[in-house]
Structure formats: C-alpha cells, structure tokens
Design a protein around this ligand. Structure first.
Ligand SMILES: *Cc1c(COP(=O)(O)O)cnc(C)c1O
Length: 373
C-alpha cells in the first residue's frame, strides 16, 4: 500500500504505525483496563514537566482549543481580569474565548514577527493592579515564533499574578520544567508533539490552584475542577472518554520515552527544521522569521511574488507528490507554513523540499523570491 501523504501541518500529524495500531481495540470506559490506561498516561504526562510534586494533570475530551477554553474557565474566577500577550492568531483566539465567556480581557499586542515582551508585561502589570491572570502562548503556531516563557513566568511570579500557558505546539518538544517555571495552568494536546492522534487536551494545574477552582467555570463540560475531582474519585472520565485517542496517546508516549524523551524529540525536530529551511532557502524561499526567534515546530515562508504562484495550485501540486502543506495565517503578507513535527525525520523533510521543487517546475514558478517590501 502506498504511504499516506505526510502532514507538514501543526496537527493532525503523521503518526507511527504502532500508534495507529493501538486504536484497533474497543475499550469500556468504566472497565478497569481502561482506567489503568488513563492512570498510567496521566502519570507519564506529569513526569514530562516534572510536575509530580506540584501539579495535577487533567485530561479533557476535544481539540486543543477546548482545553484552553476549559483552563481559562476553571482557573479565572468570574470576577477575574485576563491580560493576553498577543503576537499572533492563537493569542487572539485565547483573547476571544476569554472575552466570550465573560471574563474581563485586555490584549497587549505586538507585531507578529517578534516575541512578546516580559518588560512590556511588567509595565502593564504595574499600570493595572486589577489584572489577575496572564494568558501566554509559548510557541505561537500562527507564525512559529518562540515566546519567552521563563521571563514571562518570572514577571507573573514577581507581581503575584496567575499564569495560563498555551504550550500546545511546544509541549514535549521544547523543555518545560514545572520546578523552574511557575504556572497556574499549562495546556497541551494529544495530536501535537507527542505524536498521538487528535481528540483530547490535557491541562497541568498547580495543586493549590485546582483546589481553589471549584465553582469558577460557567460551563459544565468545560469544568476541569469537576473533571479532576471525579477522576480522582473514580479513575474514570466524566462523560464519554475518547477511548481510542487515549489508547493511541498512551502508545505514543511509550515511543516518546523510548526515543529519549523531550531532548531527543527536540533534536529530531531541530534537524527537521534545519533540513527544511536549508532546502527551501536553496530554492530561493525566504522564511518570515529571523532564525533566532524561530521555534523548530512550524516555519512560515513568504509566498513567491512570481505571477505563476497560487497557493491552492501549489498545495495541490505538492500534495500530488505526497506532502500536505498549510496555509499562512497572516493578514499583512502572503505566506504559507510548513510543519517540522510528527513521526518524520530529516529524510522526509528533504523529500518535501524536492516535492516543492517539482511543484514549482510544474507550475512554471521561475523564482521563489517574495515581493519586496
Ligand atoms: C494547535 C494549537 C491549539 C489548538 O488548536 P485546535 O485546532 O483546537 O486543536 C491551540 N494553541 C496553539 C498554540 C496550537 O498550536
């Protein structure tokens, strides 16, 4: 059988055969064998951030955004005030969901090609004592920019503010140590750098924070405190669990550990990113971000100015060669994105670059150079 197209996207990702095979079984949600899978998975997840002493991990059904929404609903009281550090599309999503659930929300915006600033955060916290929580995106997947987590967490700690981290696209690839970075909640999901399949998120919550969070959520389904209390008491999920997703993630985490954990994953993704960027540059493509602020997760490239370029046709031509690209998410400049994550290595990235070269030839794109400006 021909291999599936390789997903160069921010999720769903290409997964291993072993992970896919873990889904070939039906589990009863209340059965002791599935309860054991959930318990072991939670233990392994907590170990990845060294949070055994300080945090709990609460899984939640749904895509990553559901878990972000649940974290804000559960951690921020209805009278709270969230400051969102915004340098891209996922930051804006966090701001929007906090606003929609009726939490007072302030956006501290920055350009999309620079990291958010801990100094600006410090000044904002000084200027407005009513802020209770800070919303922060670790790797802003809209561009691929890496934001300064330690400095932001230190500023929040100095001012005694809560911190909610969306580490969806960085967790398990970039180092995150709960003993060094003080956060109230940190959100990630099954279908990103752990290389599971999509369908569940999970939130690390500091022990004192989860204990004080009863009654904060305006929503039954989005209440992580309730999910946590129920799971601690019964070992089961509140409401139907995504059983196959949980089993696949448990198998994916086993492979993550065998590979060498977070450092090994970071090394592989860094090699992927280097192979991609080097190859694309050789074809004349220009990355949107400066290399020192680029996370090895997803790379934004300027679209070629050549009139023969059209994203949809380019996408189809690359897809015909076995690789799935991702559209850009910027409003000001035309771009496209290429993910470096998933169960792939530098060899696949080189094949992807060859596919891009083939697509350019087919479409008559003579130059990959972007518009000047
Ligand atoms: C993938 C991602 C999410 C969640 O997106 P879903 O489409 O809901 O899975 C949230 N934040 C960031 C930074 C992400 O990369």
């Amino acid at each position: 059988m021909a291999r599936d197209a390789i997903l160069l996207t921010p999720g769903p990702l290409t997964t291993t055969e072993r992970t896919k095979r873990a889904m070939l079984r039906d589990w009863g949600s209340w059965d002791s064998s599935f309860i054991a899978v959930t318990a072991e998975l939670r233990r392994q997840l907590l170990a990845i951030v060294h949070g055994e002493e300080s945090h709990v991990v609460v899984p939640l059904q749904g895509s990553g955004t559901f878990a972000v929404e649940a974290a804000v609903a559960t951690i921020v009281p209805k009278s709270g005030h969230v400051l969102v550090l915004d340098n891209g599309a996922y930051c804006k999503r966090l701001g929007r969901l906090a606003t929609l659930m009726g939490r007072r929300t302030t956006i501290l915006g920055r350009a999309e090609d620079v990291p958010v600033s801990a100094d600006e955060l410090d000044a904002a916290l000084r200027a407005d004592a009513s802020i209770t929580h800070v919303g922060f995106i670790h790797c802003e997947t809209g561009t691929g920019v890496l934001n300064p987590m330690q400095a932001v967490a230190d500023a929040c700690a100095r001012h005694g503010k809560g911190l909610i981290v969306d580490a969806m696209s960085s967790f398990a690839a970039l180092p995150i140590d709960a003993r060094e970075v003080r956060f109230d909640a940190l959100v990630a999901a099954s279908g990103k750098c752990l290389e599971g399949v999509p369908g569940m998120g999970f939130v690390f919550v500091r022990n004192d924070v989860i204990d004080g969070a009863a009654g904060n959520s305006h929503s039954l389904a989005m209440d992580l405190h309730d999910q946590h209390v129920y799971m601690e008491r019964t070992g089961q999920w509140r409401f139907t669990p995504p059983t196959h997703v949980v089993a696949a993630l448990a198998e994916a985490v086993r492979q993550f550990v065998e590979e060498g954990g977070q450092p090994a994953r970071l090394a592989r993704y860094s090699a992927n990113c280097a192979a991609l960027v080097d190859g694309m540059k050789a074809l004349g493509f220009v990355p949107f971000l400066a290399p020192e602020i680029q996370a090895p997760i997803i790379v934004t490239f300027h679209a070629p100015a050549d009139p023969a370029y059209d994203f949809k046709r380019f996408y189809e031509a690359v897809k015909a060669r076995g690789f799935i690209l991702y559209p850009g998410k910027l409003t000001q400049v035309e771009t496209f994105r290429v993910g470096c994550i998933g169960a792939i290595g530098p060899a696949e990235m080189k094949e992807a670059v060859a596919a891009v070269a083939g697509a350019m030839k087919e479409l008559g794109i003579g130059s990959a150079a972007p518009a000047r400006g």
